[in-house]
Design a binder for this molecule. Structure first.
Ligand code: PEP
Ligand code: MG
Length: 581
């Protein structure tokens, strides 16, 4: 009999194979004392394990496929930085010397100390860092005990397996994919957890938050995972398996057919041009952006230039980084978002106020920039100077108040004068737009539309702020729903406000790149979508197979749904109306 268990759909696709349980929560370590004469030996063991882990992580980083979004490399870089931090590279050595204990025990004591510090913090972002520390230390412990090697060294053991684990690190996922793993099930995590993001980027089917998966599954169980519905089927009967194999083949053919779309424009069956833009973070993203033939960059996240370093980049460094992007885009528009630091993207070198209780509601994004001219002015100078060399647009994040727009305009005016006096070029007509990601801004979008040159809907934050759900809090992310009636209505309101004012409205949150919502958004009037590069062709395929004018009525009827579940059901019906895949 087929048994099915449910989790949270994290990465679409179907995997059929045998289960491999990764029995490794936090490795158990027993207290073990050593003789004084062995202290140097233990220190050496620890240093070798740290070096080996660094080497492995660097290797993993090199194995990340070129077309993968840069956020994957960012996760790995964070772990590499942690390995170099004195909390891991020096403190355990001190503990070995002081306590005459093994490297494993010293690491365990240090991990417990670090975790208890993190546990005392309320900040959700720091909580994810706590998990990072646990991941990193657990990997070193496994290297010391030889446990890690057994999984990866036994060639073939992971081939065609579906991994069942408590949780997985970004490094685990990249490495396991290279060892032939075809899918993942984790007991913890949500749709925005690291494991989910990485699996989506690598196009590996994954289901997260499957409580007690390790209890229900045993090694070598024959299973199917459906990453679209979040279902795990254990010991499927023959008919079920035939059905899923057929589905799997159809999906594989569908994905393969998408690459032929790269050269095609995005035009609906009723001849409406749709603009597809890429979200980008680093210069390295540019190759795959160009390969996918997009209309430009709809969101360039400048904060990545500031992260993972001690100091802040000066105007010249920012200018050079922007030039790289602008040159690579060769005349296509590049929308540069001004710094969105704070909350889930804090910087060591910046003060965000006295321990804010709610960083996401605090000094973040444009609020932080307006209160820190030393941060904001060099960035605006760099953007304005770069605007002389290409097609540049400025985009302001997290607007909630029209005065913020006036203040930014004043500063831009001032900087333009400054640059003119210095004899430096800039585009005097540089478009300035704003991100609509706070309900207040969405409700008063008509006001923002009067003053700005374009709007872009940041659904990641708009959903978080509308539904009062911290986007990285695992306890509540089951409530995170793009289909909530309030979210859909706000999106519609913003599009209408932009249309009335005659300015373009784009969407640059994750929702824009999720093909489930493409038809709905077209029906609601959206004409510009900005997304992770690896979803562009899939969204284009839907655009090119849709009659936009026929989507308007069903989209409006979806707005009338009482529940997110009903809305999602109707969206799926809309997507099935003309068979796309
Ligand atoms: C958003 O909030 O939708 C967005 C694109 O910004 P970020 O995810 O960088 O906060
Ligand atoms: Mg945002």
């Amino acid at each position: 009999m087929t048994l099915s268990i449910k989790g949270i759909a994290a990465s679409r696709g179907i995997a059929i194979g045998h289960a491999y349980k990764l029995e490794r929560g936090r490795p158990e370590v027993a207290e073990a004392c050593i003789h004084k004469n062995d202290i140097n030996n233990e220190i050496l063991r620890l240093k070798l394990a740290l070096e080996k882990e660094k080497k492995q992580l660097r290797n993993i980083r090199n194995k990340i496929p070129a077309a993968t979004p840069s956020n994957i490399a960012e996760f790995i870089d964070t772990h590499l930085l942690m390995l170099n931090d004195s909390a891991l590279s020096e403190a355990p050595i001190r503990i070995i010397k002081e306590n005459c204990c093994t490297a494993e025990w010293a690491l365990k004591l240090q991990l417990d100390a670090l975790v208890s510090i993190f546990d005392e913090m309320d900040d959700q972002y720091l909580k994810t860092r706590r998990d990072d520390v646990i991941h990193v230390v657990s990997r070193i412990l496994r290297l010391l005990t030889g446990e890690e090697a057994s999984v990866y060294d036994d060639t073939g053991i992971l081939n065609n397996k579906i991994i069942i684990a408590d949780d997985l690190t970004p490094a685990d996922i990249v490495l396991m994919q290279h060892h032939g793993v075809i899918g993942f099930i984790t007991e913890s995590g949500g749709p925005l957890s690291h494991a989910a993001i990485i699996s989506r980027s690598l196009k590996l089917p994954a289901i997260v938050g499957v409580h007690q998966a390790k209890k229900y599954l045993i090694n070598n169980d024959h299973i199917i995972i459906d990453g679209e519905s979040g279902t795990v089927l254990i010991a499927p009967d023959i008919n079920t398996e035939i059905f899923y194999r057929h589905e799997q083949k159809r999906l594989q053919q569908y994905y393969a057919s998408l690459s032929s779309l790269k050269k095609e424009p995005a035009v609906s069956l009723d001849n409406i041009n749709i603009h597809l833009f890429a979200n980008a973070e680093l210069t390295e993203d540019m190759n795959s952006v160009n390969e996918n033939n997009v209309d430009g960059i709809g969101l360039y996240r400048t904060e990545f230039l500031f992260m993972n370093r001690e100091n802040t980049p000066d105007e010249e460094e920012q200018y050079q980084a922007l030039l790289n992007i602008i040159t690579a885009m060769n005349g296509k528009p590049v929308t540069i978002r001004t710094l969105d630091l704070g909350a889930d993207k804090p910087l060591k070198s910046i003060q965000y106020g006295e321990n804010p209780a709610n960083p996401a509601l605090g000094l973040r994004a444009i609020r932080l920039c307006l209160s820190t001219p030393d941060l904001f002015r060099p960035q605006l100078r760099a953007i304005l100077r770069a605007s002389a060399k290409g097609n540049v647009r400025i985009m302001i994040p997290m607007l909630s108040n029209i005065q913020e727009v006036s203040q930014v305009f004043e500063i831009i005016k001032d900087i333009k004068q400054e640059l003119s006096q210095e004899g430096l070029d800039y585009d005097d007509r540089i478009p300035v737009g704003g991100m609509i990601e706070v309900p207040a801004a969405a409700i008063s979008a008509y006001l923002f539309a009067k003053h700005l040159d374009f709007l872009s809907i940041g659904t990641n934050d708009l959903i978080q702020y509308t539904l009062a759900i911290d986007r990285i809090d695992e306890e509540v992310n089951y409530l995170y729903s793009p289909c909530h009636p309030s979210v859909l209505r706000l999106i519609h309101q913003v599009i209408k406000a932009g249309n009335r004012a005659g300015i373009p409205v784009a969407m640059c949150g994750e929702m824009a790149g999720d093909p489930i919502y493409t038809r709905l958004l077209l029906g609601l009037g959206l004409r510009e979508f900005s997304m992770q590069i690896n979803t562009v062709q899939e969204v284009k395929n839907i655009v090119n197979n849709s009659l936009v004018h026929r989507l308007v009525r069903p989209a409006r009827s979806i707005l009338m749904c009482d529940h997110a579940e009903d809305a999602l059901e109707k969206i799926k019906n809309l997507n099935n109306q003309i068979h796309l895949q």
